[in-house]
Design a protein around this ligand. Structure first.
Ligand code: ZN
Length: 436
């Protein structure tokens, strides 16, 4: 929890100023204050965050015909910041039609969310962390979520034929992973799996994962650029370039400014049976002179360097800053991912990591000349080669300027595409159409 130091300092200062205030205006001492209200609409879910100087107690219930969610918050008096919530709901919010805010009883504020469809809400509080104080979070998930592949087709990003190929290809990923163990022995056999002119092209599915988003801005540069914006821009360019290839299609784990928990990113990639997972970041380092690009893969045995361990911890903290409902997460963790071996995955990830790093060295200097390893939570899909690219250090003013430069973003994306193409040319994905 070393990253909590600034929060403590801020909380301490805040406590000091509250104390001062209470001397001047004793009446205000006990009243809780909403400090900020944020809304993050997205197709996945809409989040509403209330940031407060103390923990808020809330209860909620759902009403049908028409769909509403009613929230009562205790110990609160309506203020201007909270009233602002009404204006912060956008007309194109996928789930919220409007919010009504009122003082329901003395000391109880009632929020009524008028909904566009039935939702499955998660309501939870988060303790102060990073630059945030206490947060009360409402995550409004659709009660009837659309299947991810259907959603991509509806958006016009994938074609029906692709979906058919994916569906027919079945679910023999385990066989795929097992085969990876003796890849050296079966090269000849793999070649026969390459599509001939008579066969349908085997689409290669790439999951691109722009780090952070929403409540989690990621690292922030000296000129104010936010990692979450820079990496989304790079990922979108990368997506566009990959889609120029006949045999490649792309799924973005997020395509807007909202937070996606680390586990969900992995789940999304598995949901579309991705052949490759590429997470894009642009972090800060303690040392502002630190510069250069790096590529990371998962480690089962500890990090390859102190810096790699530090960075993985920082990235894994995204869930704390972005905020997840731990109760819900525990339920999900009880599932499959944890105990599966990732040895074969790491071997494949190393291969793709090396070739991508080499291509990146043509457009930016490297932070380290080799692929590094550490326990990044987002790289833990046991059956998908997964790499994390630190495009550059946003904490280095010179690199911050490059990261926001369109020409550089394109060059970087081109380099990554070249690496990915070279990897798949040497390691064609197995034909999932054959069911063992
Ligand atoms: Zn990051």
């Amino acid at each position: 929890m070393s990253s909590r130091t600034p929060a403590h300092r801020r909380t301490f200062l805040k406590a000091g100023s509250t104390l001062l205030l209470s001397v001047i205006a004793p009446m205000a001492a006990n009243a809780m204050q909403i400090l900020a209200v944020r809304v993050w609409p997205a197709a996945d879910y809409t989040r509403v965050t209330l940031e407060n100087d103390a923990e808020l107690k809330a209860s909620h219930f759902l009403v049908k015909d028409p769909n509403r969610m009613v929230v009562d918050i205790e110990g609160l008096t309506l203020n201007a910041t909270l009233k602002d919530l009404v204006a912060k709901i956008q007309t194109n919010d996928p789930y919220i039609k409007q919010v009504r805010v009122g003082q329901n009883r003395p000391n109880v504020v009632r929020l009524v969310f008028d909904l566009k469809e039935e939702i499955n809400p998660q309501v939870f509080s988060l303790k102060p962390i990073g630059d945030y104080q206490h947060r009360l979070v409402f995550d409004l998930y659709p009660a009837n979520p659309v299947d991810p592949i259907t959603a991509l087709i509806e958006k016009g990003e994938w074609h029906k034929d692709d979906a058919l190929t994916a569906a027919m290809s079945g679910n023999n990923k385990n066989e795929n992973a097992a085969n990876n163990n003796n890849k050296h022995d079966n090269k000849a056999e793999q070649k026969t799996d390459k599509p001939t002119s008579n066969q349908q092209i085997r689409m290669i599915t790439i999951a691109l994962d722009p780090g952070h988003g929403g409540e989690d801005p990621g690292a922030i540069g000296r000129a104010g650029s936010r990692e979450k914006d820079v990496v989304l821009a790079i990922a979108k360019r990368l997506k566009h370039q990959l889609e120029q290839e006949d045999n490649m299609r792309v799924m973005l784990t997020r395509d807007g400014d909202y937070f996606v928990p680390l586990q969900t990113r992995v789940k999304k990639a598995r949901g579309v049976q991705a052949d490759l997972f590429v997470s894009i970041h642009a972090d800060a380092f303690i040392e502002p002179r630190a510069r250069g690009s790096s590529v990371f893969v998962l480690s089962e045995k500890g990090a390859s360097s102190t810096a790699a361990r530090w960075l993985a911890k920082k990235e894994n903290d995204a869930d704390l800053i972005g905020g997840i409902n731990l109760k819900d997460q525990d339920k999900q963790l009880a599932g499959v991912l944890l105990d599966l071996s990732t040895t074969a995955q790491i071997n494949d990830s190393m291969k793709v990591g090396k070739v991508v790093l080499k291509e990146i060295s043509g457009v930016n200097r490297l932070h380290k000349p080799a692929v590094e390893q550490a326990g990044f939570a987002v790289l833990k899909a046991p059956d998908i080669p997964s790499i994390l690219i630190e495009s550059a250090f946003i904490s280095n003013p010179e690199e911050e300027a490059r990261l926001t430069d369109e020409a550089y973003q394109n060059e970087l994306a081109e380099a990554i595409v070249r690496g990915i193409k070279k990897y798949f040319a040497k390691n064609p994905p197995l034909n999932r159409g054959k069911i063992a």
